[in-house]
Design a protein around this ligand. Structure first.
Ligand SMILES: CCCCCCCCCCCCCCC(=O)SCCNC(=O)CCNC(=O)[C@H](O)C(C)(C)COP(=O)(O)OP(=O)(O)OC[C@H]1O[C@@H](n2cnc3c(N)ncnc32)[C@H](O)[C@@H]1OP(=O)(O)O
Ligand SMILES: CCCCCCCC/C=C\CCCCCCCC(=O)OC[C@@H](O)COP(=O)(O)O
Length: 294
C-alpha cells in the first residue's frame, strides 16, 4: 500500500508536467495562479520591511523590484519606446491603458521615481497585498462614491505639488482587453489641471499574441510600451477638461491602433523565422479567430 502511495506521489508531478506541456488551458491556469501567488508571497515578505519605513512612496521601489522578474518567468520581452519623455523634473500625471492585471509588468518597466498609482479601494482588502499597497502610498478611491473619489483626487493635486509626487492613473477606470480603449474617466485630467502639471500618456501594446483570459491562453511574446509626448496643462481650467480628455484619448487610441498592427507583424515575422505557425500556444482551429478578433 505504501509503495503504491509512493508511486502515486511520484507520478503526480510527472502527470502535472505532462498536462502543462500538452494543455494550453492548464498552462494558462498555472501561469495565472503563479502570478497571483507571486504577488501575495512578495507582498507578505516585503510588507514588514516597508512597515519599518512607514507609509512612503519610497516603498514603491520595493514593489517594483518584486514585480520586475515576472517577465522573465513568462518569457515576455518588454520594449520601451520614448522613455526620455519621462525624464521630467517635478510632478506629472501618467495616463495609461488598462488591459489586465498583467499591466503591472509593463508598469514597473517605466514607472518613474516618486510615482504612485490610483487604485480601486477593493485592493486594500486583499490581505498583505492591500497592506503593501497602502504602505507604498498607493491612492485608493471608491469608484461607487463619486464625491469622495473627487475629494481624494483634489487632495492628491495639492500633495503632488508639495511633495513632488507623480501619479499613475488608468483613465479607463477598469480592465479592458478589447480592441479599442473605453471612454476615459475625467479624474486624471482634473487632477493634472488642478495641480497645473503635465500629462504623460503611456500606451501598452495589446497582449492578444500571447495572452487572452477569454481563450485561456498565455504563451511567451513581446510587449511594447510607448511613452507619448507630454501634454501641458498650464493655464487650463476645469472647463477645458472634456476637450483635454478627448484629445489625449485620441492620441493614445491612434498609438494603440498603430502598435496593434506593428507588434503583430513583428511577432508573425519572428515566428515564421523560427519556422513556427501563427497558432503557437493557441488551441487548434482558434488561430484565425484570435487574429481576426483584433
Ligand atoms: C509585491 C507586490 C505587491 C503589490 C502589487 C500590486 C500593486 C498594484 C498597484 C497597481 C494598481 C492598479 C489598479 C488599477 C485600478 O484600480 S483601475 C480602477 C481605479 N481607477 C479609476 O477609476 C480611474 C480614476 N477614476 C476617475 O478618475 C473617475 O473620474 C472618478 C473620479 C472615479 C469618477 O468616476 P465617474 O463618476 O464614473 O465618471 P466621470 O469621470 O465621467 O466623472 C463624472 C463627473 O465628475 C467630474 N469629475 C471627475 N473627477 C473630478 C475631479 N477630480 N474634480 C472635479 N470633477 C471631477 C467629471 O468631469 C464628470 O463631470 P462632467 O460630466 O464633466 O460635468
Ligand atoms: C485576507 C484576504 C486575502 C485575500 C488574498 C487574495 C489574493 C489575491 C491575489 C493576487 C492579487 C493580485 C492583485 C493584482 C492587482 C492588479 C491591479 C489590477 O489590475 O486591478 C484591477 C483594477 O484595476 C480594475 O478592476 P476591475 O477591472 O474594475 O475589476
Amino acid at each position: 500500500m505504501d509503495v503504491l502511495l509512493l508511486h502515486g506521489l511520484l507520478l503526480l508531478p510527472l502527470a502535472a508536467l505532462l498536462l502543462y506541456r500538452c494543455s494550453p488551458h492548464f498552462q494558462y491556469l498555472c501561469k495565472v495562479a503563479f502570478f497571483n501567488c507571486w504577488i501575495v508571497a512578495m507582498a507578505t515578505l516585503l510588507s514588514p520591511f516597508a512597515a519599518f519605513r512607514g507609509r512612503s512612496v519610497d516603498n514603491m521601489k520595493l514593489l517594483r523590484a518584486a514585480l520586475l522578474p515576472l517577465k522573465r518567468f513568462y518569457g515576455i520581452r518588454m520594449r520601451v519606446r520614448g522613455a526620455e519623455q519621462l525624464q521630467l523634473q517635478g510632478p506629472f500625471v501618467i495616463v495609461c491603458n488598462h488591459q489586465a492585471s498583467l499591466d503591472l509588468m509593463g508598469m514597473v518597466e517605466v514607472i518613474p521615481e516618486r510615482c504612485v498609482p490610483i487604485a480601486k479601494r477593493e485592493l486594500l482588502y486583499l490581505g498583505t497585498v492591500g497592506w503593501a499597497c497602502w504602505l507604498s502610498g498607493i491612492i485608493f478611491i471608491d469608484r461607487h462614491r463619486r464625491d469622495t473619489a473627487i475629494e481624494v483626487i483634489s487632495h492628491t493635486a495639492s500633495t503632488m505639488r508639495h511633495e513632488n509626487l507623480r501619479v499613475w492613473v488608468f483613465p479607463e477606470g477598469t480592465r479592458n482587453p478589447g480592441k479599442s480603449m473605453l471612454p476615459f474617466k475625467r479624474g486624471a485630467f482634473h487632477l493634472a489641471v488642478q495641480a497645473q502639471v503635465p500629462i504623460v500618456p503611456i500606451v501598452i501594446s495589446p497582449y492578444w499574441d500571447f495572452f487572452s483570459s477569454k481563450e485561456k491562453r498565455f504563451t511567451s511574446g513581446t510587449c511594447t510600451i510607448r511613452v507619448l509626448p507630454r501634454v501641458e496643462t498650464r493655464g487650463l481650467s476645469p472647463k477645458d477638461v472634456p476637450e483635454l480628455t478627448e484629445s489625449v484619448r485620441q492620441a493614445m487610441a491612434e498609438a494603440l491602433a498603430e502598435m496593434s498592427m506593428s507588434d503583430h507583424e513583428d511577432q508573425a515575422t519572428e515566428q515564421s523565422l523560427l519556422g513556427l505557425g501563427d497558432n503557437r500556444g493557441r488551441p487548434q482551429g482558434q488561430g484565425d479567430t484570435a487574429r481576426n478578433g483584433k
